[in-house]
Each structure stands twice: as structure tokens, then as C-alpha cells.
Design a protein around this ligand. Sequence first.
Ligand SMILES: *Cc1c(COP(=O)(O)O)cnc(C)c1O
Length: 426
Amino acid sequence: MTTAPTSSLPPSQPSAGSPSAGTPASATAAELISTAEQYSAHNYHPLPVVVSSAEGAWMTDVAGRRYLDMLAGYSALNFGHGNPRLLHAARAQLDRLTLTSRAFHHDRFAPFCSELAALCGMEMVLPMNTGAEAVETAVKTARKWGYRVKGVGEGRAKIVAASGNFHGRTTTVISFSTDEEARADYGPYTPGFEIVPYGDVDALEAAVDDDTVAVLLEPIQGEAGVLVPPPGYLAAVRRITRERGALFIADEIQSGLGRTGRTFACEHEDVVPDMYVLGKALGGGVVPVSAVVSSREVLGVFRPGEHGSTFGGNPLACAVGLEVIAMLRTGEYQRRAAELGEHLHRELRALVGAEVVTEVRGRGLWAGVDIAPEHGTAREVSQALMDQGVLVKDTHGQTIRIAPPLVISREDLDWALDRLRGVLGG
Ligand SMILES: *Cc1c(COP(=O)(O)O)cnc(C)c1O
């Protein structure tokens, strides 16, 4: 089990040993940031911290200052930094076999697919690498299923998605984004998508027609600010898609694999979709691993040559993914997320209305906290928290996103909550 360093160590204290051990030529944070600014495209705007090592829920920067990671790579680090079980699985595989391509079988592939299917209560798996690729795969699967199984007329397949969605960054995926920042200047866009307001059952009911092959949704919208749909919404999506013979595709890339206190966020409404799209935590914070998981009727539509990926389902990815699945099977991480999440939300709710915080949403160890504009932007709040040794991320102007690794200790969570109270008042 990962044990985080004790919370009594203030983040300003350099940890033992040379703070810059392993850092080439001891470049300072300012130098590294300015070189990155010069040589990398500016498609991100990171907080001004340069991390050089991490363990559990703690990260250390190039000057030896420690920070509590309250973002966990948007759920990619659900099991914490340097998780011993995952590192062991990765190292053992590195010494045996890393890549074959899918031209040949390898011995980690079958167990990974069968055990992931079992974890999901499904029948078949199609492994990819990044989340966006898995969403692309889900779109292609739904269309092919629509033509081959449902009998939709050539070129007419429609997929219904929700406003405020985030499903990745490829040209097709941003074609059904409603976020101008994510979309502008990337047209012409892929047709075949219709957008309905997230959480609106009537709008969905009106949009799903005979040509609809799928409804694609996040059961909780992460990027949009950790938006939890109204109670009964996911069950209504399930009912409508079943009645109209369309697939319900749950993008659980961020919400799945323990984050909300269950293996899947859909479980909170006792809903089982036709397809899970998984990513992020499936790679254990070690390698990118994503997958589409569904029934034989649906994933059975593919024949050799019709879809693929050189790295999808590679031995290293499968070995790490297998360990992630084994860890989730214990239920320990879901339990931690549920218990610590209840504590997190109780404490965050106490801040609502005090002054700075206008609303708190979320489930499990996952929260969106809205900041009143007169108290600055969420970016400014994130900076202030960074100065206190707590790393979070702003989204859409006035929301900060909190999602610590599920291995965080109660003491460290309380340490972060003290600092959140200091910055957010209450
Ligand atoms: C992160 C994310 C994606 C995209 O994953 P990438 O690995 O960044 O391509 C898709 N859907 C959801 C819900 C996500 O959170």
C-alpha cells in the first residue's frame, strides 16, 4: 500500500537529500518554464510549478518543495504516484516483453481482455491507447453496429451527445463539442451528431429517432465542472435508448474505475449502459491505456482490418491494466473514494455561502467548487492554493476541480482541507 509522506512536513521544507537529484544540470523552475514556453506549443497554460518526482499523493518540485496533488492527472493517477503494485507489474513486464503489435498474439492480451470484460460485466473489449481514441472507436463501433445490426440506412447514422461534453480532442470528437475554445478554427466538422442539453430528459426523448445509433454521455461531466445530472437522468437515458433501439455509451474515462466511490459512476443510478469507454486510470498513471467494452452483439461487428492501433493492447499496457483491474476487484479503492469523498463533500459544503464559494458538486473523491467572481478567477484561487502547497486545476473560469488520488490518507486530505478553508474562507 502506498503511504504518503506525513502531513506535518510543511511543503516549504525541502525533503531529505539533494532536492535536485536526477534533475539535469539543476535548471531552475523559471528556466525550465521559459524554455518550455519557447519550444512547446502553447496549447496548455500550466500552473508555474515544475515537478520532478512524486510518491503517493505528494509531488516534489525542482527546488525540493512538496505539494499535495489534488488533481491526480484528471483521474489518470487514481492509484497515486509510483504505486508499488503498478510499478512492480510494469517493471516485470519491461524485462520480458514490451511490444509485438497486433500482428502477433502475446500472452498478456487474453487475460487483460477477459478480466476487463468481467470487471465491466460485459463480453468483449477493444483496447486503444488514449481516451480520445477510445471515443473515436466507440463512434465507429456505434455507426457500424447501426448499419449492420440495427439496419440504419447508408450514411444516416446519428449519435446524440450532450451540451458541455468533453470526450477528447480529435477532429471528429470536437465536432460535437459545445466549447468554442475546443472547436473554433478546426472545421469542417464531422457530421452525424446532435447535441441536447445535459440532464434534460424531454430533449433527449425528442432527439432519439430511428436513425439514432447511440447516445454518448459522461455520467458526470468532469471538464464541464464536475456536473452531476439530476437524479433519474441516467435511468431515463437507459429507458429511452432501450425503447428506441439505440446504444447507451457511457464515457467513464474520468468518472470510472473508482473515482466516485463505485467502479462506474453509472452504478449510482443502477444503470448498465451498452458500452463503457474507459481510459485514464486504466493505465495506472504509468502508460496510456484505453478501451471500449461492450457486448458480443456490438463489438462483434468488427472484422480484421476494419479498425486498429499499433500500440493498442500492447504487452506493457496489458500488464499494467491487469494490475489495475486486480486492484479494483478488491473494492478497496472504491471504498476509500466513497468514505473519504463523503468527508470531503461535507467539509466543502460547509464553505458554501460563506463568501467565496457559491456551489459545490460531485461524487466520491471528486468535486467542482464554484468561486464567486468578486473573489477572483478560479485560476487565481488555484495559484493561491499552490502557494499553500495544494495543487488543483481551474476549469471554465470560475470552477476549481478537486480529485486527489484515491490512496490519499485522511490526514493529508484534512491537511488540504485546512488550506482550502484558509483560501476559500470559512
Ligand atoms: C480525458 C477525457 C477524455 C480524453 O482522454 P485523452 O486520453 O486525453 O484523449 C475523454 N473523455 C473524458 C470524459 C475525459 O475525461
